[in-house]
Design a protein around this ligand. Sequence first.
Ligand code: PLZ
Length: 446
Amino acid sequence: MTVLTQLPQERRLVTAIPGPLSIEALARRTEATSGGLGMAIPVIIERASDAILLDIDGNQIIDLGSGIGVTTVGNSAQRVVERVIEQVQSFTHTCFTVAPYMSYIEVCEALNRLTPGTFKKKSLLVNSGAEAVENAIKIARHYTKRQAIVVFEHSYHGRTNLTMAMTAKNMPYKEGFGPFAPEVYRVPMPYEYRWIGNKKTITADAMDMITHKIEKEIGAHNVAAIIIEPIQGEGGFIVPPKGFLPALSKYSTDNGIIFIADEVQTGFTRTGHMFAVEEENVVPDMIVTAKGIAGGLPLAGITGRAEIMDSVHASGLGGTFGGNPLACAAALGALETMQEDKLVERANHIGKILGDSLRALAAKYPIIGDVRGRGAMQAIELVKAGTLDPNTEAMNAVIKYCQSKGVLILTAGTYSNVIRFLPPVVITDELLKDALSVLEEAFASL
Ligand code: PLZ
């Protein structure tokens, strides 16, 4: 078995960022690729291992974004690489709905076992988070024979037509891309830092606003599903107040509504639990997963109560590539890594280092208005000191400084003022601390 040797887990700059080779290659990027694509860091990647990205100029960059929360088990993780190599030599594709294979079944068995809930569960595999959300909605509508979908302010669920309708933020996700799918209703999200009156105990307020809206504007009996991210990702790592998710789950059950957790960004050890809903022992009827599931290969899942997942007629669900054998092999390697290397514990350990360091920074720099998140999913919200006014300029300056020193950090937030940390959960303490010292320098340099 040929497995590439690991890159040393250390930051190393040999040119400016971007270096001359990246600059040349990025000109070709501009020529060849759609202008509709974004770019967080202007370098071209040649290789990566765990939390280090190596660019074509030879710079080693610390990855605090994991390709948007995907490489939880590390980039090109050993067990993922081994299983994918073995699979690519066996067969590359049959289409699970044409001629089935074991790895798809094994990934579904693992999802059914690992997701919360002691009832019988079944799963379906697709290619992306958005496709998984679409399928969860299809199934919930089919099962309930209802149409309305309830989503939240600040939510992100994808870029396809239905999921654009479900996503909250207009620019850049929706601007000019309408018309959007009907029967999607948005309700308030208890965003503690910005809730009306700047209150902290808002679960009851929020539930009243939401149930009132549902009952008066939609009719609870028309709602097929309520879908929520247990910690909102793109919206700015907004953590719901304690008790909110349990209350929503109960309201759903009481009203025959399917409660769906979109764990695309929060799932698979990221928040210090296998799934973020476990924090408050919430048991959703369906869970949507993607990103971290397969160590970087494209795979997503929908897992739910067996009677819901089985309510659809045979051939009502599917897709050519869904649960591709390479992606399933990768997922089995990634899931094994999470268990064998105890990544739930590791995420909590990272959470402690990250949280302590971000809170210390916030105590020193009043433009850090809020520190929030859990485990290896935390963020800081930047404001003009002493106000709630978003400070996008400071966010951009910090990100740019960190990039110039070889640290890749992502942004987020409805108000484009959140710096979010999503390191690979396997990142070493030394590497994380080095990256955080660069972050501190960035604030000092403002
Ligand atoms: N649900 C909670 O976070 C993807 C978007 C990146 P896909 N988030 C990253 C971008 O700019 O396109 C996401 C998510 C939640 C669904 C999705 C959608 O997952 O795999 O990107 O389709």
